[in-house]
Design a protein around this ligand. Structure first.
Ligand SMILES: NC(=O)C1=CN([C@@H]2O[C@H](COP(=O)(O)OP(=O)(O)OC[C@H]3O[C@@H](n4cnc5c(N)ncnc54)[C@H](OP(=O)(O)O)[C@@H]3O)[C@@H](O)[C@H]2O)C=CC1
Ligand SMILES: O=C(CO)COP(=O)(O)O
Length: 328
C-alpha cells in the first residue's frame, strides 16, 4: 500500500519506520530540506535520532508526492495541522484515509483535531482516524514495544489502520470514543509540564504520583463534561499516555516543565524554546474553555498562571497544596 507521511519530524519518522518495516511504500513530505535530504540520502533523521531508518523510506519537499496514496498520515504539530491539510487537499484521492497523530486542539476554534480534519477534507469524503497513545518516537524508531489506539467513529477505517500499522513491536488497539481519546492525549501534556515542574523544584515520587492521580481526575472531569466515556481515561489514551509523558525524559512537555521548575520561572524557557511542546498551547485552550464552562481545573489553572502570567512555579505548588481541604 502507498502511504504518505506529512511532516519529517520525530513522530513522522518513527511511524515511517513502522510502516516501512511492515512492507508498505512509504513516502514522506517535509518542508525542511535538511531533514528531507537526510532521510532520502542517508536513511537517518539525525536532528532527532542516532538510529538508522529503514532504507526504503523516501522523502521529498514536493507535496505532490502524496498522489495515489490510500492512507495519508498527518505528523505535524496542532498549530500547523489545518494549513498543511489545506495545502495537501488538492492532491488527495476521494475516500482517502487520513491518520492524525497530533495531540492538541485547533489554536483558534479550540476544536478537536479530528473535527478540524473532517472539515478540511470534507470535499474528498476522507475517513479520519486518530492514531494516539503512549508512544515516544525515540523508542519506536528503535523498535521497542509500543501499544497505541486507532480511534475513529468509522469502524472499518480504524480496522484498516490497525492492520496496516500493527507488527511484532507495535500493537494497535481500536477505540471509538473519539472525544475522550483526543481530550485525554491533549490534556496529559499539560499534566506532563506540571510533573516536570515538580521534578525541577526538587519534589519526589510522592508528589508525582499525587499529580498524576489528581491530574487524571481533572482530565476525566473535563472530558466527561464534553461527552467522553469515563472508561476511556483508564485506557491507553488516558492513564497510559499520562504515565509515559509524566515520567519520561523523552517527553518534551516533561522536560519543558523540568526546566521551568529548576529556574522557578517560565521566562527563560519561553524565550528560548524551539521544540514542539503541545502542552503549552493545550493549557491555554483548556484554561479558557474550563473557565467558560465552569469546570474545576486546579492544576491546569496553575500551569496557565506559570506559563502566561509570570507566576513562580514554587508559589503555584504552595497554592495547590493550600486549597480548601476536601474529599478525593
Ligand atoms: N514525538 C513523539 O514521540 C510524539 C509526537 N506526537 C505528536 O505528533 C505531533 C508532531 O510532533 P513531532 O513529530 O514530535 O514534532 P517535531 O517537532 O519533531 O516535528 C514536527 C514536524 O512538522 C513540521 N512542521 C511544522 N510546522 C509545519 C508547517 N506549517 N508545514 C509543514 N511542516 C511543518 C516540522 O518541520 P520543521 O522541522 O521544518 O519545523 C517537523 O518536520 C505533535 O502533535 C505531537 O504531540 C504524538 C506521539 C508521539
Ligand atoms: O505524546 C508523546 C508520548 O505519547 C510525546 O510526548 P512529548 O510531546 O511530551 O514529547
Amino acid at each position: 500500500m502507498k502511504i504518505s507521511i506529512l511532516g519529517t519530524g520525530s513522530w513522522g519518522s518513527g511511524l515511517a519506520q513502522v510502516l516501512a518495516d511492515n512492507g508498505h511504500e512509504v513516502q514522506m513530505w517535509g518542508k525542511e530540506i535538511t531533514e528531507v535530504e537526510d532521510i532520502q540520502n542517508n536513511h537517518h533523521n539525525s536532528k532527532f535520532f542516532t538510529a538508522a531508518l529503514n532504507p526504503s523510506i523516501k522523502a521529498s519537499t514536493d507535496i505532490q508526492v502524496v498522489k495515489g496514496s490510500q492512507i495519508v498520515l498527518m505528523a505535524v504539530p496542532s498549530i500547523a495541522l489545518e494549513s498543511v491539510a489545506k495545502q495537501v487537499s488538492p492532491y488527495l484521492e476521494e475516500g482517502v484515509i487520513i491518520v492524525n497523530v497530533a495531540k492538541g486542539f485547533h489554536p483558534i476554534s479550540h476544536e478537536r483535531l479530528s473535527v478540524v480534519l473532517q472539515k478540511a477534507f470534507q470535499n474528498k469524503q476522507a475517513r479520519i482516524v486518530s492514531l494516539i497513545g503512549p508512544s515516544h518516537a525515540e523508542e519506536v524508531v528503535l523498535r521497542l514495544l509500543t501499544s497505541i489506539n486507532a480511534v475513529s467513529e468509522d469502524e472499518e477505517a480504524s480496522r484498516i489502520v490497525q492492520e496496516v500499522f500493527s507488527n511484532h513491536y507495535f500493537r494497535v488497539y481500536r477505540n471509538y470514543d473519539l472525544i475522550g481519546a483526543e481530550i485525554g492525549v491533549a490534556l496529559k501534556n499539560v499534566m506532563a509540564i506540571a510533573s516536570g515542574i515538580l521534578d525541577g523544584l526538587g519534589q519526589g515520587d510522592n508528589a508525582r504520583a499525587a499529580l498524576m492521580t489528581r491530574g487524571l481526575a481533572e482530565i476525566s472531569r473535563y472530558g466527561i463534561y464534553f461527552g467522553s466515556k469515563p472508561e476511556t481515561f483508564l485506557g491507553l489514551d488516558g492513564v497510559g499516555d499520562l504515565i509515559v509523558t509524566c515520567t519520561s525524559r523523552h517527553s518534551r512537555n516533561f522536560m519543558a516543565g523540568y526546566e521551568i521548575g529548576r529556574e522557578d520561572s517560565a521566562k527563560k524557557f519561553l524565550e528560548n524554546n524551539q521544540k514542539t511542546v503541545e502542552g503549552m498551547y493545550a493549557c491555554k485552550i483548556v484554561y479558557l474553555e474550563a473557565k467558560k464552562h465552569h469546570i474545576d481545573m486546579p492544576i491546569t489553572n496553575e500551569v496557565y498562571a506559570v506559563l502566561y502570567e509570570g507566576k513562580k512555579p514554587s508559589q503555584a505548588m504552595i497554592d495547590l497544596m493550600a486549597r480548601e481541604l476536601k474529599e478525593e
